[in-house]
Design a protein around this ligand. Sequence first.
Ligand SMILES: C[S@@+](CC[C@H](N)C(=O)[O-])C[C@H]1O[C@@H](n2cnc3c(N)ncnc32)[C@H](O)[C@@H]1O
Length: 314
Amino acid sequence: MIKLPFDYQKKLADIKSSANHLTYQAKINQGSFYTPFELVNYVWEFITPFLTKNSVVLDTSAGKGSFFLNRKNNKLLLITADNDKLAVNYLKENFPYLSAVHKNALINPSRKEYEILDKQKLIIIGNPPYNDFTSLKSRKIKENSLNNLVIDPQIKSRDLGISFLRSYYQLKADYVCVLHPLSYLIKETNFNSLKEFKDNYKLLKSLVVDSKKFSDAKGASFPIAISLYKLDNKGMNYEYIRNFSFQLENGKQFLLSSFQFLTDLVNKYPKKTFSDEYLNNLFFSLFGISIQLCEIEHLFKNLTIIASQFIRIN
Ligand SMILES: C[S@@+](CC[C@H](N)C(=O)[O-])C[C@H]1O[C@@H](n2cnc3c(N)ncnc32)[C@H](O)[C@@H]1O
């Protein structure tokens, strides 16, 4: 068994216990759920082929630095930022090889703010917070939150994580490798709200994992994508995502286009006139009942066919 140096063990224990300086409510408000190391390792694995001497690796929502633990590298410039002052103090005290900036990453997102030159190769990594401001639960959280977050109008979106992705384009990152809900890509309305991000980046790789891997995350699990993007002014459209091969940890892959979605078959609201196509008569609120009706109708149709054949034969 490999024995970790004492210093490393101490830091690991500190970070592993998550954002332990925050209450659970504050963690939700700020999206402060720290990333487990096995997922951090995937991110470094994905970006390693693109790292060159003097590349800048930046995490604009770094928390207590999970992404940089034991990543000292004299050939790279490692920069972190967070709007949580205590987390930034922790970074300054425990990571002498990092530069740490106390900043709201969604205000004036520019290279200048992090002292990065335009000519420097920039790779953004991390696990930005996500939080849908339009959902009832989030609205309540936001109302209770002491310091409502200010976001630049040019990147403002209903979801914090989507604003973060859009901020990466303002920084003209050459590569972006971050964790985000898979729904940002596969739900077409979310995908469209990525706006200039989707128009200027291309997805190169995406590994889908279960949110339950975050030890302090409560509630239902949902798929998280560890996605690697490359700056590309051709961007990507939804069709590109539909035909993209997403990876799973067990080595399997899946394509959205190979799934048949219920939303393509079932209407949200009932239609005024009844259609001959029985699937056209389905709608979500009566979905369960409709399924039963269909089955009965289907059974009835089959019985009629059998009966007519029987009559013909005889
Ligand atoms: C999901 S945690 C990730 C922390 C760390 N990168 C990790 O993976 O362990 C999100 C972090 O974003 C920070 N954060 C939230 N809103 C921010 C903002 N507007 N600007 C900068 N940091 C922000 C939170 O304080 C929190 O530390």
